[in-house]
Design a protein around this ligand. Structure first.
Ligand code: AMP
Ligand code: MG
Length: 418
């Protein structure tokens, strides 16, 4: 069940800044509590619902990092060769049952447990052997080529934290402590609609006045990329009754509803009215570009997000506002996407008091230094700008004139996995 308080998105102010909007989301949206156990091999991309505590030391015992000869450092000389007896042989996978005696070494292999009293290993390439003796040159440090029990992980360590989205290396780490099942948050069930009488399915004929539905495919990819299960609900016509019926039906079986288009104030924009009738809606008038009001609300206890219809505005608003909302509902505690300071390779004028995102790519200037270059057309319907660019330059509210060479904040698409 969605844990939304009534009217959780209500906001009294007028134009809201990006920072205020994100703070409100953070404050008023909490994680859905349903969890499930998954096998380690099915856990990639899922969000941990528990801290994982290791029951073991990794590695469990002191062992050799190379193929060679294990010895006691105290048997070596600082400045001359030393010849030791080879008293045994330890392959990987055994617990050796022997005790070091002065002058002893053992033949040992990578990953094999060091027998008691042996603290140092010499590589096989560095020694001379003769019968059952081995001659070791000076210069070895105590503990060389030996791996200590628990040097990676100690029993009792928290190795992975609740709220973490599991990557390949995390699964490897969980496996290394013997964990085979993980408790993760259940995936959010998201219903996704497009709205507009002008929209057609790709593959269908384009009748006069029609365009292909781009948003639904883009948004489905974005939402699935965050680990949600997406139900493709198709295209809604610009008719209030149809929008109402479809949204109330979808709300019954989903955690979150997404629409694009139809949230402005035109006569053909029925989404807002529909959600108002079914529950509550708050059109946040954000001081941003691109993007018009992003509509947030709820139908019953199901959260609702109405994105702008223009594809670029829809994707930018998704990345900046819907993505944090999904992360929070889905239990993911990851930090916000990082921006990086980089030099602007373009001049730009903007209105004060609003935040703007400029689509740009990274290029090298004459000195071989990286700079960001603006895509030629910044219209909010120019979806090719999102394809040609590497990310978004984020221009703060108080900036009005940007000069070539100024440092700007750049959000690479790779930071948000797109
Ligand atoms: P709206 O907010 O419904 O007035 O839509 C704003 C603009 O975005 C209009 O030009 C729509 O045709 C366009 N648009 C809306 N939905 C989509 C969509 N799913 N794919 C492509 N363009 C869209
Ligand atoms: Mg429309």
């Amino acid at each position: 069940m969605t844990q939304l308080s009534d009217d959780c998105f209500a906001f009294g102010g007028k134009l809201m800044t990006t920072a205020e909007a994100l703070a409100l989301l953070n404050e008023r949206v909490s994680t859905l509590t349903e969890t499930e156990a998954v096998d380690l091999s099915d856990a990639a991309g899922r969000v941990l619902a528990e801290d994982i505590v290791s029951r073991h030391n990794v590695p469990p015992r002191d062992n050799s990092a190379v193929d060679g000869y294990a010895l006691a450092f105290s048997d070596l000389s600082a400045d001359e060769d030393v010849t030791l007896r080879v008293a045994g042989r330890v392959p990987a996978g055994f617990a050796p049952d022997m005790q070091h005696k002065p002058g002893d070494s053992v033949r040992i292999f990578t990953g094999a447990v060091l027998p008691d009293g042996f603290d140092t290993v010499v590589m096989q390439e560095d020694v001379r052997t003769d019968g059952d003796t081995v001659t070791i040159p000076p210069g070895l440090k105590q503990g060389s080529n030996a791996r200590k029990a628990g040097e990676d992980i100690k029993a009792g360590d928290v190795i992975l934290h609740r709220g973490h989205r599991l990557r390949a290396q995390d699964l490897g780490l969980a496996a290394s402590v013997g964990q085979h099942s993980l408790t993760v948050y259940s995936p959010l069930k998201v219903a996704l609609f497009s709205t507009g009488d002008e929209l057609r399915e790709p593959g269908d004929d384009l009748t006069p006045g029609a365009i292909y539905d781009a948003n639904r495919f883009m948004l489905a990819g974005l939402i699935r990329g965050l680990g949600c299960s997406v139900t493709d609900m198709g295209i809604l016509p610009d008719r209030l009754d149809a929008v109402c019926d479809a949204l109330s039906e979808a709300a019954a079986s989903h955690d979150l509803l997404f629409t694009s288009g139809g949230v402005s104030t035109g006569e053909e924009d029925h989404v807002r009215t529909a959600v108002e009738k079914l529950g509550s809606i708050h059109a946040w008038r954000l001081a941003i570009k691109p993007g018009r009001p992003i509509a947030l609300g709820q139908v019953g206890s199901t959260a609702f997000v109405g994105l702008p219809g223009n594809p670029v505005a829809a994707m930018v608003c998704f990345l900046k506002f819907a993505r944090p909302l999904i992360l929070r509902l889905g239990g993911c505690a990851e930090d916000p996407a990082r921006t990086y300071k980089i030099r602007a390779g373009f001049q730009y004028s903007k209105k004060p008091d609003r935040r703007e995102w400029v689509r740009a790519h990274i290029a090298l200037n004459g000195d071989g230094q990286a700079e960001v270059r603006k895509f030629r057309s910044q219209g909010s319907g120019i979806l090719s700008s999102m394809v040609e660019s590497d990310g978004l330059v984020e221009l703060p509210e108080d900036l009005t004139e940007l000069q070539v060479g100024d440092l700007v904040d750049f959000l690479p698409f790779s930071e948000v996995n797109v």
